[in-house]
Design a protein around this ligand. Structure first.
Ligand code: GUN
Ligand code: ZN
Length: 436
């Protein structure tokens, strides 16, 4: 079915290259830019004047001074933890045992999982996030609920069954064999359906035996086009625990590497406390590191070395990690990445933050041929940002002489009120909270 071409007019940014490598002055800003949408795809980009002239019959939607961006991509999140977001007072292992695992046990009820998936996507879209890579729970029905909801909304989404066969409560564990079998069934059911991708998903080495990691490594080897997602070196206590559990391993990464869980398409959440060997192997293997800044401060994990890892040539995506993360907003997530950069080495530039939340995460997911860029041929998943969404932001942005000064107050102080519109495959999303 073909649709009438539509021309979206507003401020636009074009990233011809990774600004961490090429510098932010290569980014092109059009104060009156335009994006032509045809059949759910981006057909052309340019100035509003040029595209109006070349496409005189296109329907026009003019967003004025609002900034049109690719929809945000949350490269690491736990949809089943929505109900326990902002649970206070614990560090990682106690936080998992006291808050997370009891909540994940509730997903044995498929009806609960369906309700949670609805609320999760309502919240993500309300914050301008158009693609997520989510952990589900151990229950296959939690994966079905996630993908069914994403599919009904036409979303590009990544998810997988979280596998654990030790150090977790009875109702949340599987075995090496059942993790392989259930993951394989789910992968065959969902991977490649519409815009959905299945991720092989061991939770982390402390909750998987060697046998389970090996089984999932074997499954991934059979489906190398799938992503693989897990956690790596988030807290020092966790790193020490892994050393005790895997005395033969050279380091934490080696527990995955030995099982065939390191390679292109692997996504490691957190990756804060890395050794030199781990950094070198991650880069050599073409794996991605996922920066989860609100989670890293909320759970007290540490300061991710964004500038050092990017200048070392690593692939890095950005993520909320809710419910360990304390916000659904990728704006708030960018703000936290800025603050952590200040504490660690250097604060990222607004261009770097916006790139990380879009193309950077898309690259980590190996989906940058489809999403994360305002480029002809890409799917028209978009977010339109109001750069004057609250009085304090508006008065600050009003003084701005460059787009970076104009957008930075929204990065630092913006929330869902800054999300003027979200589009999936070109169509505006009705952001109603059906699940409440
Ligand atoms: N490490 C293992 N599981 C989790 C989780 O659910 N959240 C976070 N932040 N870290 C983890
Ligand atoms: Zn996580």
């Amino acid at each position: 079915m073909t649709s009438t071409p539509e021309l979206l007019i507003g401020q636009t940014l074009d990233f011809p290259a990774d600004p961490f490598e090429a510098g932010w002055d290569v980014v092109r800003h059009d104060a009156r830019g335009a994006i032509l949408i045809e059949n759910g795809r981006i057909a052309a980009t340019g100035t509003a004047d040029d595209l109006r002239r070349s496409h005189p019959t296109a329907r026009i939607t003019d967003y004025g001074d609002a900034l049109i961006l690719p929809g945000f991509i949350d490269a690491h999140v736990h949809y089943p933890q929505t109900g326990i977001i902002a649970s206070w007072g614990k560090r990682l292992i106690d936080w998992l045992n006291d808050y997370t695992f009891p909540e994940e046990l509730r997903f044995s009820d498929p009806g609960y999982a369906r309700q949670a998936a609805k609320l999760f996507f309502d919240l993500s879209l309300a914050h301008g996030t158009t693609t997520v890579s989510s952990f589900c729970t151990v229950h296959p029905a939690s994966v079905d609920a996630f993908f069914a909801e994403a599919q009904a909304r036409g979303l590009c989404a990544v998810g997988g069954k979280t596998c654990m066969d030790r150090n977790a409560p009875d109702g949340l564990t599987d075995t090496a064999q059942s993790a392989y079998d259930d993951s394989k069934i789910l992968l065959e059911r969902w991977h490649g359906q519409d815009r959905l991708r299945y991720a092989v998903t061991p939770r982390f080495s402390p909750t998987s035996t060697r046998e389970q990691l090996q089984a999932l490594g074997a499954l991934w080897a059979e489906h190398p086009d799938c992503p693989m997602q897990t956690h790596l070196s988030e807290q020092t206590d966790e790193v020490a625990w892994v050393r005790d559990l895997f005395p033969e391993a050279r380091d934490y990464l080696d527990t995955y590497e030995a099982a065939g869980l390191l390679g292109p398409g692997a996504m490691f959440g957190h990756a804060i406390h890395l050794t030199e060997r781990e950094r070198a192997r991650l880069k050599e293997a073409g794996a991605a590191l996922i920066h989860c800044p609100t989670s890293n401060t909320f759970i007290g994990s540490g300061l991710f070395d964004l500038a050092g890892l990017k200048s070392g040539g690593q692939t890095v995506g950005l993520a909320t990690d809710t419910g360990g993360g304390s916000s659904f907003s990728m704006l708030r997530t960018m703000a936290a990445a800025y603050e952590i950069g200040q504490l660690r080495s250097r604060p990222p530039h607004p261009a770097e933050l916006l790139w990380l939340a879009t193309e950077g995460s898309a690259r980590a997911l190996r989906l940058d041929d489809r999403i994360g860029r305002l480029a002809p041929g890409c799917d028209a998943d978009l977010v339109v940002l109001d750069l004057a969404s609250t009085p304090v932001i508006a008065q600050r942005a009003a003084r701005a002489e460059t787009i970076w000064v104009a957008v930075f107050p929204t990065i630092m102080m913006g929330d869902d009120r800054a999300i003027r519109e979200v589009r999936i495959l070109g169509r505006p999303v009705d952001r109603v909270f059906e699940a409440r």
